[in-house]
Design a protein around this ligand. Structure first.
Ligand SMILES: *Cc1c(COP(=O)(O)O)cnc(C)c1O
Length: 405
């Protein structure tokens, strides 16, 4: 284009999918496992080239490409390299967030290496580290990264730390880590830095601004936005590395997406800004309402000045996001009663869908743990986790109010 696009919606809608056959407006669902060659020569050229998207769909597929190019453009939007050129990124779409996470760790680490990460990671990330990676000889050290001295001490004392993994904001109390400060420390010790940006999305937070190496998303959540498909994406700024080793490990581990889910994702991405504006506006209002409510003990929302990470969140995020948790007075029974009385809000785990999702970790996702174990993860008996949707605000407030009465 002759002029730079000025906003995220234009980038989300116009970046990719222009070279479609048969004048198709949208890139079709390329439901094909393989692609044909006109000649041996053409086959040879496609294998030798850097574009591996028209050979075999485990290696890439034009429907995946639309989602990959759009997500890369969103994460790079408005960012520049030190020499003043525009930041370029490469994204690889995966079958799930977990598959993208497996590619991230296995392509960057080997036996004897250590990951440095923090408390309250997504459950699947925590288990991948402590079960799967541990058996392959890749260790994980957990510190409270909101204390930079602890990060420095860990990096100084353990030269096997090769990768620093940050997830911010994080469940269930919406803790935030200062990406810039942790990345600066990690770089002093020559570590790779990866950020799980699932809760924030590139509209709210762009970790590449702080010179991190990789950004990860479960696209299942806000990027798809409609709860229609599982997916994950790994984005990197070292493009030759993304095209070689990272792509190779992704293809060999078999974590490829599929054309239908990729198509659903590309449609969801177009409304990211509109949806996030509404999600965040509703969330701020809901948090304020709950904080004043006599049946509520405590609200954990990074947009409230009472939240311990309010300042870090304000520094690195456009808006505080759509996730929060709160404690209902009266413990386990009160939490269950509240959940059961909801009329419109939906009882489900997951997050980032159009509808408001509410879960009660003590009776659902973390039911199998003993209460003292749950407390290690800040999960008290009355704690409710909520992903605020884009419904009309008054209806969300009315539902919460009647369920709390
Ligand atoms: C959901 C989620 C994941 C895992 O993604 P899947 O798509 O379920 O495999 C990882 N990190 C965060 C923060 C998540 O919310």
């Amino acid at each position: 284009m002759k002029f730079p696009l000025t906003g995220i919606s234009s980038v989300a809608i116009h970046t990719a999918g222009h070279d479609n056959a048969d004048f198709s407006h949208l890139t079709p669902i390329y439901a094909t496992s393989t692609f044909t060659f006109d000649s041996a020569q053409q086959g040879m050229e496609r294998f030798a080239g850097s574009d591996k998207t028209k050979i075999y769909s485990r290696w890439g597929n034009p429907t995946f490409t639309v989602a990959e190019e759009t997500i890369a453009a969103l994460e790079a939007f408005g960012l520049y390299n030190d020499d003043g050129s525009r930041l370029q990124l490469k994204a690889l779409l995966h079958a799930s967030g977990q598959a993208a996470m497996a590619t991230l760790f296995f392509s960057n680490l080997c036996a004897g290496d250590t990951i440095l990460s923090h408390f309250s990671l997504y459950g699947g990330t925590h288990e991948l580290m402590h079960k799967v990676l541990a058996e392959t000889g890749i260790k994980t050290t957990i510190v409270d990264m909101r204390d930079l001295n602890k990060v420095k001490e860990a990096l100084r004392n353990d030269p096997s730390i090769k990768l620093v993994h940050i997830e911010t904001p994080a469940n269930p109390t919406i803790k935030c880590v200062d990406i810039e400060e942790v990345a600066l420390l990690a770089k002093q010790f020559n570590c790779i830095v990866s950020v799980d940006n699932t809760f924030a999305t590139p509209y709210l937070q762009q970790p590449f601004r702080y010179k991190v190496d990789f950004v990860f998303h479960s696209t299942t959540k806000f990027l798809n936005g409609h709860g229609t498909a599982i997916g994950g994406v790994l984005i990197g700024k070292d493009i030759p590395l993304m095209r070689t080793k990272i792509w190779k490990w992704h293809a060999l581990l078999g974590g490829n997406s599929n054309p239908f889910d990729a198509f659903l994702l590309t449609q969801g991405l177009k409304t990211l800004e509109l949806r996030m504006e509404r999600h965040c506006h509703n969330a701020m209002e809901v948090a304020g309402f709950l904080e004043q409510h006599p049946a509520i003990e405590k609200v954990n929302y990074n947009g409230l000045s009472s939240h311990p990470d309010y300042a870090v969140s304000a520094k690195q995020m456009r808006h505080p996001g759509a996730l929060m948790s709160f404690e209902v007075k009266g413990g386990l029974e009160a939490g269950k009663r509240f959940i059961d009385k909801l009329q419109m809000c939906v009882r489900a785990v997951s997050l980032g869908t159009l509808d408001t999702l509410v879960s009660h970790p003590a009776s659902m996702s973390h039911f199998g743990l003993k209460p003292e174990e749950r407390l290690q993860y800040d999960i008290t008996d009355g704690l409710i986790r909520m992903s605020v949707g884009i419904e009309n605000l008054a209806d969300i407030l009315n539902d919460l109010d009647q369920a709390l009465s």
